[in-house]
Design a protein around this ligand. Structure first.
Ligand SMILES: O=C(O)CCC(=O)C(=O)O
Length: 167
């Protein structure tokens, strides 16, 4: 897991982390994690991200061109159940999630009843591939935890439509 550890340290220190605010009903709230986004053909991509994306392309055969990074600083950081917006992904391509750092639980829930729930421990160095179709029928999220957990970075790789290309 040396490589995953090195990628974690490098991205923690070099990624362009930002906090975001989101409208919730009539007020704005902090998004409970830090985020960074990269077009993978851009000049400012950290070397660790370029390497991780290349490994994911080799493992999956998918031409990922975009990365969304999440930094969960501790157990208070989370992402609410959601599905990816399909208009932001080229039809048919999966989404890859690389986990670095502390293990966090991901909960995957079917949208339709009867509700099926799958809990996955996302470990350091793991790669989770979620199919395009999954986004139609399932939500995924990282719940908060009271357990003492360290920081975790997830790298979400997607194939985004090129600017101006028909989707
Ligand atoms: O942190 C994770 O593994 C999930 C990230 C996620 O759901 C997203 O970036 O949309």
């Amino acid at each position: 897991m040396r490589t995953a550890h090195d990628w974690f340290e490098e991205l923690l220190n070099q990624a362009d982390w930002r906090s975001e605010r989101r409208r919730m009903y009539d007020r704005y709230v902090d998004v409970p994690r830090l985020v960074a986004r990269y077009a993978l053909d851009g000049a400012s991509v950290p070397p660790a991200l370029a390497q991780a994306a290349q490994r994911a392309r080799e493992q999956t055969g998918v031409p990922f061109n975009s990365a969304g990074l999440n930094l969960y600083r501790d157990g208070r950081d989370s992402v609410a159940p959601h599905n990816d917006h399909l208009y932001e992904i080229v039809a048919g391509f999966p989404i890859a999630l690389i986990s670095l750092g502390a293990t966090r639980l991901m909960t995957i829930r079917s949208k339709a009843k009867p509700r099926r729930i799958l809990d996955l421990e996302l470990e350091n160095g793991s790669l989770l591939l979620m199919s395009y179709e999954t986004q139609r029928f399932y939500d995924h999220g990282i719940p908060k935890t009271r357990s003492a957990v360290g920081a975790r970075i997830s790298v979400a790789l997607r194939v985004r439509p090129l600017e101006g290309a028909p989707s």
